[in-house]
Design a protein around this ligand. Sequence first.
Ligand code: HC0
Ligand code: SF4
Length: 580
Amino acid sequence: NIVVVIDGKEVETHRENTILEAAKSVGIEIPNLCYLKIPEIGFKNNCASCRICMVEIVGNKKLVPACSTKVNPGMKINTNTMEVLEKRRNVLELMLSNHPTDCLICAKNGNCDLQNLAKEFGIRDIRFKGKIFEYRRETSLGIVRDLDKCIMCRRCETMCREVQTCEVLSGINRGFKSIVSTAFERDLDKTDCTFCGQCVAVCPVGALYEKDYTWDLIREIAKKDKRIVAQIAPAVRVAIGEEFGFEPGEDITGELITALKKLGFTDVFDTNFAADLTVIEESHEIEERVKKYLNGDKKVKLPVLTSCCPAWVTFLENNYSEDYLENISTAKSPQQMFGAVVKNIWGPIRGISREKIVSVSIMPCLAKKLEGKISNFSEKGNYDVDYTLTTRELARLLKQSNIDLKTLQKGEFDKPLGESSGASDIFGKTGGVTEAVIRDLYENLTGEVLENVDFKSVRGLDEIRIASLNINNQNIRVGIVHGLGAARKVLERLRENQEELHVLEVMACKGGCVGGGGQPYHHGDFDKIRKRAHGLEKIDENKSIRKSKDNPQIISLYEKYLGKPGSNDAHKLLHREYKY
Ligand code: HC0
Ligand code: SF4
């Protein structure tokens, strides 16, 4: 450690730290825009492009950016001289001279770091008259890129390249025209984008945001001639509360159900019901393949790769389809299993046609918007899932409708598609799918009742976790990764035969769905994601049923309609094919 002086205060700090970090450690916040560090996920963006964090080093002629200048022993730093403030204001005005000022209708209005700075600095006029280049606005099924809002902070580029290893985004053009875009400025769906939405999660301005379906839904509800059916993803219930003053991780499922009913949803069900169904179908598939392998069939494709995260599926299709596409489980994701059940079983037995059901999923994810629009998941243009709203979109809709989650009584899910086991709750965090599947797989393979359902060896937040489980005297090796960069590492190891696994769970977002690109903004605070994950663990612990196969509504679904797991009927309804 070394000692520096910041604003007259002696600060002991690590010699590798930057001025920004040293100042922060003693509560001196230096304003910044491009800088963002999330050590838990290996994300560091300190390209010093915005120059807002300029500070004075006594003895230096020029001001320096605090985010990229390392401390030196004895360094004397001033973060708030009048010269520093003047410089910051100039930088900010220059930036604003090249930025649209349509804040009233911007997706990030109220949530924009640039807007906050302009407010903090009391900017009322922009002295520099720069030219605002009008780039096109690209709207895909999941993400909108409003490129003239790009401030070249490069956070999205760092996320996409360093954490997700997708390398879809990079800086193009020079000077005032520079923006972050795709190669040859292609639309995102013409690139290797997985729509994981992690670039959106770190964009400080309104250059990247979700495609919003809120108003389409409002119009559907207003017509009052259809059944409006909701499914709520596991990770939403422990995060949406943050928008209404609850702590991250607090379970507000009950309030959320009441709120959806108030909005006009006729039936509020749970994605978790379908997550239990996914566990059954997927563990059946794993069991079959592992048994074949153990019986000497060396052609069987192992590890079985999980299939519920659509950004991961796209990543696999884009990068590893030759080697690993046959490994992926054919089980549809819970979102799609739910849509299939609601439109093909639940509706018909009540005499409600597909066209009369508006199937809405509330998801923490942007890629789920695209998954819902895969043509195989529709019949004559009518989709199993009609609209996918993110946690953020739903929070906005509730606020527009004057519904405050803090003031509501707890409601209960409608039956039968609202019943679920604790195993389904943990789907929303990294390792949860694996733990849920093991609970069933263990009993199926051994024929014994599993007393302790907590598989702590697969928990935690290390980016790659490998566990060996002894089931029926067989060593079953399971791998869990979160983040697409981590997935790439493991797939490369598998390809080089440096790793042997029977099952591999991949979630594209760090932390799993709790860290999804559609969740309330975390502003780089990974602790929020950790707390949401703990919240799901708590819900699981407190449930009376904790194994998917014990969910009575699932048992009844098989008895009445599907026969056995893996049956022809189950395959027709609950399984899918992939794009080679
Ligand atoms: Fe997830 Fe899911 S756990 S992907 O993150 O499997 O989005 O929460 O809904 O489908 O259940 C997201 C969350 C889901 C699905 C479930 C899975
Ligand atoms: Fe990259 Fe994901 Fe953003 Fe696509 S959505 S550009 S893959 S970070």
